[in-house]
Ligand binder design. Structure first.
Ligand SMILES: NC(=O)C1=CN([C@@H]2O[C@H](COP(=O)(O)OP(=O)(O)OC[C@H]3O[C@@H](n4cnc5c(N)ncnc54)[C@H](OP(=O)(O)O)[C@@H]3O)[C@@H](O)[C@H]2O)C=CC1
Ligand SMILES: CC(=O)N[C@@H](CCC(=O)OP(=O)(O)O)C(=O)O
Length: 310
């Protein structure tokens, strides 16, 4: 069976990467709009309703508009934007956390944000297991490649003004980043984490870190207990891996660049009092396009890793 797929926003950063992963796959036929039609509401509405699955790679408002254009009961949606990540009636498209069957059975799937993908992979299982209380005041520090800001930020770093682009900058200084609600809700937290994102002068790649004062947590969990919970959570996954044999003295932003996988690490102090939980991924891989293709595979009853770069 061939599944008809329409990528709305196929000319953007995320859309192009999804297209690249789908090309040459016999299970899919792509519905394509040319340059003159790709922002035409009537042409998009037709394509949306002709598709079995629509993948939205659009700004939030355009994603909401695209969903409003759906008239066909058959059309299923994967939205890569922030528009529906905490919306009722939408499945949060993180198969390793919500269950592959749940994603596979859904008509409306919201792809996780890139930073929340790292944060939730690390923290979700630990909250669920009771090692981190729901009201624990977590913080999360992260670095992204500049492609995380889409075509606009890529132009800032690679276009005429490239010389004045910072080599590294922290942002989210109002403490109201759009990813905080999904991090809080899908981790099962009652207190929002303090989120400190930053961008480096590198195209792609992401490191997300959660410092964890083990000795201050109720029950004082050991590093081994934390690691055991994470390993059990991802035992069945070939996309998310808990790395147990990392012997290097540092961890580069490039670690997972160009791949759709995510590596998780637990670094603990010798006395077991402190730990640093770290996720390495590609903001355009498991952080966006790879996750969308993984979800698409599940919606279509295919192997979840088909077409992924692992
Ligand atoms: N980049 C990343 O790492 C990640 C991005 N995302 C999310 O994915 C979505 C897409 O992001 P990204 O690919 O980075 O963004 P880009 O800006 O690179 O691409 C967005 C695309 O949407 C097109 N577009 C805008 N409005 C409309 C419209 N009304 N109708 C049709 N097309 C439209 C743009 O057209 P034009 O080319 O003319 O500007 C552009 O091609 C966003 O919601 C983003 O937040 C999610 C996870 C990670
Ligand atoms: C570097 C950079 O600017 N990153 C983006 C997030 C990219 C992303 O994944 O966000 P969404 O999927 O939620 O759009 C930001 O902080 O807004």
């Amino acid at each position: 069976m061939t599944h008809a797929i329409f990528i709305d926003g196929a000319a953007g950063t995320t859309g192009l990467e999804i297209r690249e992963r789908l090309e040459g796959r016999a299970e899919f036929s792509l519905i394509l709009l040319d340059e003159a039609q790709r922002k035409d509401a009537a042409a998009r509405a037709q394509a949306i309703n002709d598709a079995d699955v629509v993948i939205l790679c659009l700004p939030d408002d355009a994603a909401r508009e695209a969903v409003s254009l759906i008239a066909s009961d058959r059309t299923r949606v994967i939205d890569a934007s922030t528009a529906h990540r905490v919306a009722p009636g939408w499945t949060y498209g993180f198969p390793e956390l919500v269950g592959r069957e749940t994603v596979a059975a859904s008509k409306r799937v919201s792809n996780p944000g890139c930073y929340p993908t790292g944060f939730l992979a690390l923290v979700g299982p630990l909250v669920r297991a009771g090692l981190i209380p729901a009201d624990w005041p977590l913080s999360v520090n992260a670095v992204s490649g500049y492609s995380g800001g889409g075509k606009g930020m890529i132009a800032d770093y690679e276009g005429e003004k490239a010389g004045s682009a910072p080599s590294w900058m922290t942002y989210g200084l109002t403490l109201a980043h759009k990813h905080v609600p999904e991090m809080t809700q899908h981790a099962g937290l009652s207190i929002a984490p303090i989120f400190a994102p930053s961008v480096a002068n590198m195209l792609r790649g992401m490191i997300v870190e959660v410092p964890l004062p083990l000795a201050a947590l109720p029950g004082r969990p050991s590093a081994k207990q934390v690691r055991d919970v994470l390993e059990a959570a991802y035992r069945d996954s070939s996309v998310v891996r808990v790395v147990g044999d990392y012997a290097q003295a540092n961890l580069p932003l490039e670690r997972k660049s160009g791949t759709d996988g995510m590596d998780l690490f637990l670094f603990a102090s010798a006395d077991g009092a402190q730990a640093r939980l770290v996720a390495a991924l590609d903001n355009l891989g498991k952080g966006a396009s790879g996750a969308a293709v993984q979800n698409l595979n599940l919606l279509c009853g295919l192997d979840e890793t088909a077409g992924l770069k692992l």
